[in-house]
Each structure stands twice: as C-alpha cells, then as structure tokens.
Design a binder for this molecule. Structure first.
Ligand code: FES
Length: 81
C-alpha cells in the first residue's frame, strides 16, 4: 500500500510506475518528463523503500524519490512535492 500524506492510501498496481498508480486514484501529482530527468515529480519518502525502474537523472535528496520511474517495495509512505 502507498500512503500519501494529506491524501489517502492507495494500492500500487504493477507494472505501473508509482506515479501512474497515484494518478489512477485521481490524486493530483506534479510531473513533466515522466522519465526521471526533470525532477518535477520529486516527492518525499517518509518511510519504506522504492526500487528504480529507470535510473533517476534529476537531482534528489536522500529522502526524496521520483515516482515517475520507481515502484514501491512493500508498503511506503510519501508526501507529494
Ligand atoms: S516527471 Fe520528470 S523526473 Fe519524474
């Protein structure tokens, strides 16, 4: 499950990216390139782990993720940027 701070908890549905799973639940999320290089989708990972399906090229801090090119490993909690 993906808990989104100030929103709700949604189910991640592979093979979607985390971004696509969030969008499927009509939650507004910032994005642009959808390929890991613009940084527009940058979000905070509050707890849990993600795995990148494409190498993220945009600069992110240690506690940030790029939902457009990763998938959750187990349950995670994030805060949208
Ligand atoms: S949408 Fe560009 S890095 Fe995610």
């Amino acid at each position: 499950m993906v808990t989104i701070k100030d929103h709700k908890t949604v189910q991640h549905s592979p093979p979607n990216s985390l971004l696509e799973s969030i969008e499927q639940h009509n939650i507004e999320v910032q994005f642009h390139c959808r390929e890991g290089y613009c940084g527009a989708c940058r979000s905070k990972l509050i707890c849990g782990e993600v795995e990148y399906t494409t190498d993220p090229l945009a600069f992110i801090d240690d506690d940030e993720i790029l939902p457009c090119c990763c998938v959750p490993i187990g349950d995670i909690e994030i805060a949208l940027g």
